[in-house]
Design a protein around this ligand. Sequence first.
Ligand SMILES: *Cc1c(COP(=O)(O)O)cnc(C)c1O
Length: 420
Amino acid sequence: MLSRKIIEESNIYLATSTRDPENLPLVIDHGEGVWLYDIDGNKYLDFTSGIGVNNLGWPSHPEVIKIGIEQMQKLAHSAGNDFYNVPQLELAKKLVTYSPGSFQKKVFFSNSGTEAIEASIKLAKATGKKYLIAFLGGFHGRTFGSLSLTASKAIQRSVIGPFMPGVIHVPYPNPYKNPWHINGYEEPDELINRVLEFLEEYVFVHLVPPEEVAGIFFEPIQGEGGYVIPPKNFFPKLQKLASSHGILLIDDEVQMGMGRTGKLFAIENFHIAPDIITLAKALGGGIMPIGATIFRKDLDLKPGMHSNTFGGNALACAIGFKVIDIVKELLPHVNKIGKIFSEELQGLADDVRGIGLAWGLEYNEKKIRDRIIAESFKRGLLLLPAGRSAIRVIPPLVITEEEAKIGLDILKKTVKSVRS
Ligand SMILES: *Cc1c(COP(=O)(O)O)cnc(C)c1O
């Protein structure tokens, strides 16, 4: 039991963070595709994708690794905001081409999701408007600006507050749990109307005039918040409201982008074109940290207003370029395997929701959720929690039908034994 020793020592030397030594005592040694091996030689099937980073499996897709090694031997760090390099330009062109919206766009590169959001905040505030709107249950990162928008778990916001002034949080159209107790599956339009009415009749009447609101930040599907999928018509209606007031829509695709939902960008499922889109996690192929902020060209900042050290480095960008190509080819596969998950997950929780390979299982009791995760781990299946009492079921997109069935079988048996 080498793992136990590493965990004990890690608890001494590593800062306390989100690791859970009780339920998930995993010390990863190496990975192969959808399989992870711990340092004691135990094998696990991964239904977490390293929180949406390893969409192409572990340690990465062979072609991505190949490109990475080649680029590393040529040029890696390249002071991408002070000098120019080709991989950065090529990746920017690809992101502009494939992202929704036929208008002209530009890209700012960084190293993480939270930085991609910070850049969005600057772009939005550069309009001269002061206020930002975000959703309860939303997660946008942990640096000061992003954390000011984040409202996923209260504990994440503790210690550092009070936050950046001017952020207003409103309810997300969560079909399963919302302040109006509307069953959003049976009455999706009613739920959408309540959220929009909250903005128009309460926020814009009592709090801030809409013409002073710079942007609305949202996740197309709330990830940390529990894999919550809003009703289909929500985003088109939100876009109508936003454009009637000249408010920007900022789509945080850090977790749901890059093929997770069966589309390259999750917002494509809802047929709108946001003004700003953020990416990170899976864009780096599980090898390199990278963040990207794609924005309408007219929002561009003045020289010197924003920059960073590592953003746009040739290594991360060459990898990101290859990741997009592979993810695009995988989309039919994601939808095919997604159907299996859609069928097999039914009945395994109090609420089952998902699209593509982004699934959430919600339990009315947190204790049940925690036990399912712990018990699955013992049976060789990796799961991670999301929200107050949900499990995210997010295998790497490269999972085969056979592997999917192995994992779903373990999950079914675990749920049955825990719930009985
Ligand atoms: C993970 C996440 C972030 C933050 O990304 P980091 O790379 O951890 O800074 C932001 N937004 C969403 C939706 C995320 O899932």
